[in-house]
Design a protein. Structure first.
Lengths: 428, 428
């Protein structure tokens, strides 16, 4: 006997699964306690089917999802279509038809995971999605299995390969944002509309899922602040380096006394921080906890084989649990009431880049302004920006998001000053 | 009801377990599906018992292991005594008495693991030891659970915190080996006899265990070549930096066409390799595989809380499996026939530091010597070492361990040259 699988979609990731089943078949079969067989593959239409058959793929391609859903021999459905629909409908139907589901669809799980997870629970079915966060890095199962004994206090992650590739070019080689984007698009890392990657939306999806596994709380996607990398200038990068920092787009989830907060933002990382040397398209998740202290999980965030490896690990897990008769437990069993932190409780150091008139007394004006909000300076740099303008860079001591909102409002209201950029700074 | 635990030993690590049970009790209890209770604690003698009671530890301390072994309510025995005996006898007796065992004892597991694992299997009992490799890093369970779908081709690890702390001082601050050792001893990282840490023995124990989880093969401790850091000089460190490398003590397990090889040796790491920035007492395991490609797992290699966290994760795992009725599977189920690689098949780049007379034609002599063994140079540096001696540094192209043995013999036989050091160089 073998465990029969139905694949929904046969794009890049899906076609990595046969590679693993072929190259690593014996180990997978022994771990799964059974043979895994791709019984049917859903494709869009006859044209795609013919193209794949002509390319030598000898699968049983179907164009109607019901051919998979109504096939009682298929126990596991693997969704690799991406986007919300029709993936959501197909997964729902698969669960309703009593099939275990594996997905790599972070957009879907971050925005509609709650109802799909509840449905899987109700039906006593497995719904796993290791590949949805940081592709090849086995971070979700590690949080769920190995960190059960530990209490996570903060998760910092480089969670988007495209923007990290761009930031690496901007930091190591001084490229502009536009040049880095053009190169990322040329190499196929960025889509023609790069919004999700560069504006931190993709990373925010992953932060939603990480908050569930790390903190047992379900934060909604809308509750994750996200700021992208498109406004970062070579001046910002240069001053960061001068002060001993590397700028990266970082997802940051932490628990304070009042609850959890999650955000994605360009962040100044001290150059000896383990995340600071995560470069190019690589991802990493840095975990702070009361037991282990600091640990980091590093690897490729996307790509055919890494993602297929995580998907296949999920399939193997389901197969093992079928043989153990323990299938149907939630992927993540850690769950507490969700409490969101007060903005006044979420504190960081911040970087401000401001242009002022190149006149006496400007730094004093700024000092008075920040002082009135009870924000103190840790480092200040002043440079001549042009004939009649100065550029002032401030790194503050720890301040709250409430203070950040106030000072940002005040600075924006000053007619002869321009607030160029504000970024979070990871304190030592 | 609760799950009762007997602790063997109440040293640094053991006393971290109550910390976790107190600070993270609810999460642990939910994950374990049961309350965990430390029912009895074995200590050496009445004097230790009195000292611990006086220090406020309110456990049921016993001085005879039979008080734990014969207690039918105790389901899990946690061995945290270290060394081979009496730990081996106590674990054997615990398994014979039908108790599940958790241990952090790498020396014991690397040298006598086979028989203990076999006994646990025969009795249908769990025998887990996540903390035995890289302390707080959940690497063993990750290899066993998440990398089942992947085929590991090489594992490189910074596996010993003490020697890594020393190498960090030697690399970042130019300290001598002796100065670094004195500081490590002052800080309590190194014992008064530092042999196990600095000579690569401790790391070799861990390599034995990693070979089982990563490659399914049981390599014996005696089959792991180990070379320590005591011969590394400031000259070696300086030339490594000049050529773009960082020297670290690295465990290296890989599978070649003929089988696996494992060794621990000072290794030149390219400075942008993820392992190169693993500093101080931190550990990391870098995994190369056909699916994920490159991944790395980073964290503290030792310490009370990190180690206790891994031990407690093992305990939770046993508790869960007891509630699932699936307890008794081996910690690592991946097993193949062990084949050791031919030395001629294990290839690396190498660094040679040689003093020669400061006379014409020395480099030619060396070139002829290496050429006769079919070894070619990738980089050569020649410096004046003293009035009448030159120091030649060679980095070779890829060469086998057989070639290494030959050229080392030949160089040693030359009366007017001295082979100062030979280290492995990780190629790009």
């Amino acid at each position: 006997m073998s465990i029969k699988i139905g694949l929904l979609g046969f794009g890049t990731v899906a076609s990595g699964i046969p590679f693993l089943l072929q190259e690593n078949g014996q180990k997978i079969e022994e771990a799964a306690k059974d043979k895994l067989e791709i019984a049917k593959v859903l494709v869009k239409d006859d044209a795609e089917k013919e193209r794949l058959v002509a390319a030598g793929h000898a699968y049983n391609f179907v164009t109607d999802v019901d051919a998979i859903l109504s096939d009682d021999d298929i126990q596991i459905v693997v969704e690799l279509m991406g986007r919300i629909e029709p993936a959501k409908t197909f997964i729902t139907k698969a669960l309703e038809a009593g099939k275990h589901v594996v997905s790599a669809n972070k957009d879907l799980i971050a925005t509609h995971g709650k109802e799909l997870i509840a449905l899987a629970q109700e039906k006593g079915l497995a719904f796993y999605y290791e590949a949805a966060v940081a592709g090849g890095i086995p971070i979700l199962r590690t949080l769920a299995n190995s960190l059960t004994s530990d209490k996570v206090t903060r998760i910092l992650g480089v969670l988007n390969g495209t923007s990290n590739f761009m930031m690496t070019k901007m930091v190591d080689e001084g490229w502009t944002y536009d040049a880095a984007l053009a190169e990322a698009q040329r190499l196929g890392y960025a889509e023609s509309d790069p919004t999700n990657d560069v504006e931190g939306i993709d990373a925010a999806y992953k932060a939603v899922i990480l908050s569930q596994f790390g903190f047992g709380m379900t934060i909604d996607f809308e509750q994750v602040d996200h700021q992208g990398i498109s406004t970062i200038t070579p001046d910002d990068v240069a001053v960061a380096q001068e002060l001993g920092y590397v700028i990266k787009l970082v997802g940051d989830i932490r628990e304070t006394a009042t609850g959890i907060s999650a955000e994605v933002s360009p962040t100044f990382l001290p150059k000896d921080h383990p995340l600071a040397s995560v470069n190019d398209v690589m991802n990493a998740v840095f975990v702070e906890s009361i037991g282990i202290g600091e640990s980091m999980y590093y690897g490729p965030g996307a790509g055919q084989k890494p993602t297929a490896t995580s998907v296949t690990a999920d399939i193997v897990r389901i197969a093992r649990r079928l043989s153990d008769n323990t299938v149907g437990k939630p992927f993540n069993e850690f769950s507490r009431e969700t409490r969101l932190a007060d903005a006044s409780d979420v504190k960081s150091h911040y970087y401000f880049a401001i242009t002022t008139p190149d006149e006496k007394g400007q730094l004093l004006r700024l000092a008075e302004l920040f002082n009135a909000e009870d924000i103190s300076f840790e480092q200040v740099l002043q440079q001549k920006a042009s004939d009649n303008q100065a550029r002032v860079v401030i790194i503050t001591h720890s301040m709250s998001k409430t203070q950040l909102a106030h000072i940002t409002d005040k600075l924006s209201a000053i007619s002869d000053m321009t607030l160029l950029n504000t970024f979070k700074v990871l304190g030592e």
